[in-house]
Design a binder for this molecule. Structure first.
Ligand SMILES: Nc1ncnc2c1ncn2[C@@H]1O[C@H](COP(=O)(O)OP(=O)(O)OP(=O)(O)O)[C@@H](O)[C@H]1O
Ligand SMILES: [Mg+2]
Length: 264
């Protein structure tokens, strides 16, 4: 059984097509890097797989089920996570919330077993030492790792991450990429990760999808990351350079060839 299977998937907003005719399959345990310029439909595709958006035609299955019937298997971390930072929650409490909302009860006191699981999850992302610090006082990279720990609380089989590296400096990007690599290797969770900067994540990608409303390319990184393919989306200045046996992708200004009214 495939973790994700899409056949001629077209996604619409009130009848208007945002993503057109996408076909791909992802095996269990694989990580897919989802690349594309602003407005390409990356968030739209993720939200549809997560069953937050339901207007589509064609076939879409998550572990052989319709997305809305697979919700308990999926954890989704949105593009810009809006956590009310006026509420002074500790890192541990933010992680624990991932175990509480799922169970659907209003809480006044977090159950002990959930706190314990949250501590383990924080340890997994290398942040056991900040558990009692306020979330809002953490660095950007630490916040993103806390959100990853929180997403793991429901033991998902599919993790959907929308731009987990955006707004992070290069060293924080590496920090978060290392945690994503650990999730892939040690937990075997299937992941779809959207990103504008594929370079820190290239080694995690079993599959790369280049989306620009339509599917431009889908395959192994070395199949998709070719000059001709990258230039067709990002323009003539885009380039793929092998550096010490590793591909390095320069996409330049993501706004170069933007079609339609995109943006966040
Ligand atoms: N809620 C919505 N209602 C109507 N149209 C939308 C909605 N969300 C997105 N769109 C449109 O769908 C298209 C794809 O947008 P989407 O946000 O999925 O792109 P993206 O690849 O995630 O872009 P970015 O890189 O800026 O995050 C855009 O044309 C956008 O305007
Ligand atoms: Mg987006």
């Amino acid at each position: 059984m495939k973790a994700v299977k899409a056949e001629n998937l077209t996604i619409l907003y009130e009848g208007r097509r945002a993503v057109e005719d996408v076909t791909f399959e992802l095996d269990e345990g694989e990580t897919m890097l989802l690349l594309g310029p602003n407005g390409a439909g990356k968030t739209t595709l993720l939200r549809t797989i997560a069953a937050f958006h339901r207007e589509y035609t064609g076939k879409l299955e998550v572990f052989g089920r319709k997305p809305e019937e697979a919700k308990e298997l999926i954890s989704y971390v949105p593009q810009s996570y809006v956590l009310n930072e006026r509420v002074p929650l500790t890192a541990l409490e933010v992680v624990a919330m991932g175990g509480i909302y799922r169970k659907g009860f209003v809480h006044f006191k977090i159950p002990k077993e959930i706190l314990q699981k949250a501590e383990e999850a924080l340890g997994f992302v290398g942040l056991a030492h900040v558990k009692d610090r306020l979330f809002r006082e953490l660095s950007g990279g630490q916040k993103q790792r806390v959100l990853l720990a929180r997403a793991l609380m429901s033991d998902p089989k599919l993790l959907l991450l929308d731009e987990p590296l955006s707004a992070l400096d290069p060293s924080a990007r590496v920090e978060v990429a290392n945690v994503l690599d650990r999730i892939r290797r040690e937990r075997g969770i299937t992941m779809i990760i959207t990103t504008h900067d594929i370079n820190p994540l290239i080694e995690l990608g079993d599959r790369v999808m280049l989306l620009n409303r339509r599917l431009v390319a889908f395959g192994r990184p070395e199949e998709v990351l070719r000059d001709s393919i990258i230039k067709s989306v990002y323009g003539p200045l885009a380039k793929v350079i092998p550096v010490e046996g590793r591909l390095f992708c320069i996409t330049g200004d993501a706004h170069f060839h933007q079609h339609g009214g995109g943006g966040r």
